[in-house]
Every structure is written in C-alpha cells, then in structure tokens.
Design a protein around this ligand. Structure first.
Ligand SMILES: Cc1cc2nc3c(=O)[nH]c(=O)nc-3n(C[C@H](O)[C@H](O)[C@H](O)COP(=O)(O)OP(=O)(O)OC[C@H]3O[C@@H](n4cnc5c(N)ncnc54)[C@H](O)[C@@H]3O)c2cc1C
Ligand SMILES: *[C@@H]1O[C@H](CO)[C@@H](O)[C@H](O)[C@H]1NC(C)=O
Ligand SMILES: *[C@@H]1O[C@H](CO)[C@@H](O)[C@H](O)[C@H]1NC(C)=O
Length: 479
C-alpha cells in the first residue's frame, strides 16, 4: 500500500502537525482534512490565547515551553507580556507560593511580587488593594491562535500537504485492526431523504497513518475502539470589551481588521473595529507601557482571568456554578449563550478589573450564532476536558497507524504536534544522541499522554471526573 498520512482537523493542533510532519523527508504524502477550512470553526477560532507555561504536570510545562519557542518564530504569533496571579486570602497566597516554588524548580522565571508591583505592571487589570500577594511569570505571554494556525497551514501547503474540505464520518480498519482509510461524508446528500441517521459516504481516502486532531469532536470518531476516549466538551463564557484608549496610545501590537480573523472580529465595522466607537464610557486607561500588552491576570480565588487584546480587553470566568457539558453537533465550537449563569458571573468578574469596573454593559445587539455585541462581545466557546486534565496524544494500541492528538490547549499545541511527529516518524528511537534524562522525559510524556490510559474505566465516571476537574480548573494542584 502506498504510504499516505491523513490528519483530521485543521485547528492549531492539526495544522502544526501538518507543518512539522511535512518537514520530514520520509513523508511523501500528507492530507489535512477539515469540515471547514475557511473559516476555521473549532475551538482554535475562539481561543483568546493566554499562555501560562507553568503547569502542575511537568510534561505539560515542558510542552508549553517548547510551544512558546515555536510560536515566537511566527510573525505576530506570540508576545511576551508576562502573567500575574493575584490572591487575597491566606490559603490563596499559600497556593501561589507553592506554585512559585514548583515553577522555579521547573526552571521558569517565577517570583512573588507585592500588590503594588502587580498594580504597577498591570494598572488596568489589578487594583492594589484587592490583593495581598502576587505571583509573576516574566516569560509568559499572549498568543494569537488564528495567526499561528494560518502560518502553519501556509508552511504545510508550501511543503506539499494536500488540503481537503469534508466531514470524516468513519475510519476504515483492516483485518488486523490496522488503519486503511477514512470515509468522507457527502454533505449534500445528508438530510435529502427522511433518514437523517443514515450517513452517505461520498468517498474513501486510503491511508496507513491517521491522526485525529479533532478537538471536542474526537470521542465521536473513536466509538469503535475498545477503550474509552473521555474527551468531554464543556462550555466557557468569554467577553471582549472595546475601550477608548487615549488618542495616540493605541499603536496596538495587533491590527483589528484582518482577512483571516476570529469569528467575531471579522466584519468591517464590527463592534471591535477601531473606527466604530460605540462606547460612551471613557475608561481610566493608563497609557500602554512601551507599547506592549499588559501582563495577563488570573484571580484563582474568583476563578476569573483577563488580558489585554490591544484595542479591547478580554475577560473569562469559571465562576458560573456547575460545569456544563454539551453536545457539539453542528461542527462549530460555539454553544448557546446562557443568560442566567453567564451574565452575572461576567458582571462579577468585571468588578475585579479597574479598567472595566467603571463600564456598564451598554447596548447589546445580537450577532450571528447567539452572540451579543456593542460594546461587549460575549460568547460561549467550547473546549475539551479530560479526567486528568491532560491531553490524549499518542499511538492507539492495537490499531496500527492510528494516533490521537486531542484535548490539547493552544498553550501546548506546537510542542505536542512535534512530539506526535517524532512518534510517527520513529524519529526519537532512531536518534542515538540522547542522554538518560532526555530518555526519561520522553518516556514520561508517552505514558502521561497515552490515549489508552483509561482502559477498563467506566464512561460515566470518567465524564463526571472531567466535569469536576473543569469546575475546579483554577483550584489548581489538587482535586
Ligand atoms: C473560550 C475559550 C477560551 C480558551 N482559552 C484558552 C487559552 O487562554 N489558552 C489556551 O491555551 N487554550 C485556550 N482554549 C482552548 C483552545 O482553544 C483549544 O484547546 C485548542 O484551540 C484546540 O485546538 P485543536 O486544534 O485541538 O481543536 P479545534 O480548533 O477544535 O480543531 C479541531 C478541528 O477538527 C475538525 N473536525 C473535527 N471532527 C471532524 C470530522 N469528523 N471531520 C472533519 N473535520 C473534523 C473541526 O472542524 C476543527 O476545525 C480556549 C478555548 C475557548 C473556546
Ligand atoms: C494545566 O494544563 C491544563 C490543560 O491540559 C489546564 O486545564 C490547567 O488549568 C493547567 N494548569 C495550570 C496551573 O495552568
Ligand atoms: C489575532 O490577530 C488578528 C489579526 O491581527 C486579529 O484580528 C484578532 O483580533 C487577533 N485575535 C485575538 C484573540 O487577539
């Protein structure tokens, strides 16, 4: 059989993988398939791009550091802004201190700073009196997932990767369980008759190596496996708020108008484009320091985080009661807005941020997909949780040629794509230069991320564990 590698999913993970795999001379044919290539509609299109490299899992910390190294090579892909975590309670401060020690141990430049220093670094997002201590990560920053993904796709195209738009409805296996190809659904034929459950297959593309980089949709394609693949889609509210920075200060690091933007920030004259100034509120904005974005801020005790997007601020919150799972049925990683739970949580979040506390909601006008705007743009974005908060990335045992690379954050995407590329190319084991520590690190990563690690576990239990982890996402370090 001819050797063809198929990657399903062209979000940041699949696109990065297409780039890294196509750099290897031993891959003659690579096909990247997505339901919608332009625009992208998965989680990547909605990611606000906070990059905090420290993770309680050292495997993830390493992959984040590696990803940042890669993103920094991409024009406008990543900017070092620094990141701050603030706490006010004794327990919260103790946790910050522990995280600081662990981060330093991992080799990251982390340090405890005073509330005054935190407010000095991020005057728009930190009120000195609200916190008692802060943890500062000097090399963290903000990524633009859309810019990065577009870059990787262009590189992959240049190196001969073929792009196909279509829905993969199933995987074909041979007699020994080995991958032989994928089935592409016929979109047009769907729903033509009155049998919505009957899938029409348009064509089969043969392949001996298949990677599912399918984000929140991954479990669906893994139904035939004899191991649970607990990738659980959850809802998450995020809000953009336009501000009127004082004239002359706004030489932002990103331009708002773009030919390949996120879903909301696209149309000319959109509420976030610089020309429309629908805000009547003047916020007490401090001039941008050295024209750099403010450090992002996390308030773990309030489950709130915020960042500077240039001409607007972004706020997200996990403080919305029970974790919400959802069914991602229409191939778009956006869920219906949940007025009752999300609005109050976001209003509460805004009070923590000096720059936003003075703004009230203003007008709201409905946009496509249940989104609202002017001057705020809120949306319910979907991403994936897993029972142990680690991605599922690696080879699937017993299914020769099948690899998963899912439940991966932007923060870890390039690093994990490189890891999978090496795994597929057997590159790691061919390279005899490694010392013992490198070997141990590699083996630990393979074990930590193994897609088969939930073998034998009960699906409902795994789902519940994932959702519990989601509601405690900022109660880090313990479960
Ligand atoms: C509101 C929000 C905030 C977030 N904040 C951050 C953050 O600050 N930092 C961070 O690191 N991460 C953040 N994330 C998470 C991050 O966005 C995702 O983890 C990441 O984008 C996942 O990338 P991906 O390529 O795996 O998935 P996706 O971008 O979802 O890509 C998967 C692709 O697979 C395609 N696909 C799936 N199934 C099929 C099929 N059967 N046939 C064809 N195509 C298929 C889809 O169309 C999709 O394009 C956030 C996410 C959201 C929604
Ligand atoms: C570690 O990474 C996971 C994503 O896999 C994320 O959910 C979690 O919040 C991260 N932890 C920290 C402390 O950033
Ligand atoms: C990413 O960059 C594009 C183009 O500059 C911009 O339109 C978009 O708003 C940026 N996205 C985020 C999340 O900051």
């Amino acid at each position: 059989m001819s050797s063809t590698t198929i990657i399903v999913g062209a979000g940041i993970v699949g696109s990065a993988l297409a780039h890294f795999l196509s750099s290897s001379p031993s891959r003659p044919k690579i096909i990247l398939i997505d339901h919608s290539l332009s625009p992208l509609q998965g989680s990547t299109a909605h990611a606000p791009g906070y990059i905090g490299q420290f993770n309680e899992s050292s495997t993830l910390t390493r992959l984040a550091v590696d990803s940042v190294t890669e993103y920094a090579k991409i024009p406008n892909g990543f900017e070092v802004s620094g990141g701050i975590e603030g706490a006010a309670t004794e327990e919260g401060i103790k946790k910050l201190q522990t995280r600081c020690d662990m981060a330093v141990h991992e080799g990251l430049p982390a340090s405890m700073i005073t509330p005054a220093q935190a407010a000095g670094l991020a005057p728009d997002l930190v009120r000195q009196d609200d916190i008692q201590a802060a943890l500062y990560f000097a090399t963290d920053g903000v990524a633009n997932a859309t810019v990065i993904t577009t870059f990787y796709q262009q590189e992959a195209k240049r190196k001969g990767v073929e792009f196909v738009e279509g829905i993969v409805g199933g995987i074909r296996y041979g007699e020994d369980g080995e991958v032989t190809g994928v089935e592409i659904e016929d979109k047009e034929a769907q729903g033509m008759d009155n049998e919505p459950t009957k899938r029409k297959i348009k064509r089969v593309i043969a392949s001996d190596t298949l990677v599912l980089a399918t984000g929140i949709w991954t479990a669906d394609l893994c139904k035939d496996l004899d191991i649970p693949i607990p990738i659980i889609p959850v809802m998450h509210p995020y809000m953009y708020i336009k501000h009127d920075r004082l004239e002359g200060d706004d030489n932002s690091f990103q331009s708002v108008s773009s030919s390949h933007p996120g879903p909301l920030l696209s149309s000319p004259g959109s509420p976030l484009s610089p020309s429309s100034s629908n805000t009547n509120h003047r916020s007490p904005l401090s001039p941008r320091l050295n024209n750099k974005p403010s450090p992002w801020i996390r308030y773990p005790e309030h489950q709130v985080y915020a960042r500077d997007h240039g001409p607007f601020y972004g706020v997200g919150t996990y403080d919305h009661g029970p974790a919400m799972s959802c069914e991602p049925n229409d191939h778009v990683a956006i869920g219906p807005w949940q007025d009752e739970v999300f609005n109050s949580a976001l209003e509460k979040a805004k009070t923590l941020l000096p720059v936003l506390a003075t703004l009230d909601g203003g007008m709201e006008s409905p946009l496509a997909g249940g989104l609202t705007a002017i001057p705020e743009t809120k949306f319910n974005g979907l991403f994936a949780m897993t029972p142990d908060n680690l991605p599922l990335a690696g080879a699937v045992n017993g299914r020769k040629g099948l690899f998963l690379c899912a439940a991966v954050w932007v923060t870890h995407a390039a690093g994990i794509a490189k890891f999978i590329a090496r795994l597929i190319d057997h590159d790691y084991h061919n390279d005899g230069e490694k010392n013992n520590e490198e070997r141990r690190t590699w083996e630990t990563a393979v074990r930590d991320l193994d897609p088969g690690r939930f073998r034998g576990r009960d699906w409902e239990e795994l789902k519940e564990q994932s959702l519990r982890g989601y509601s405690q996402i900022y109660h880090t370090g313990e479960t």
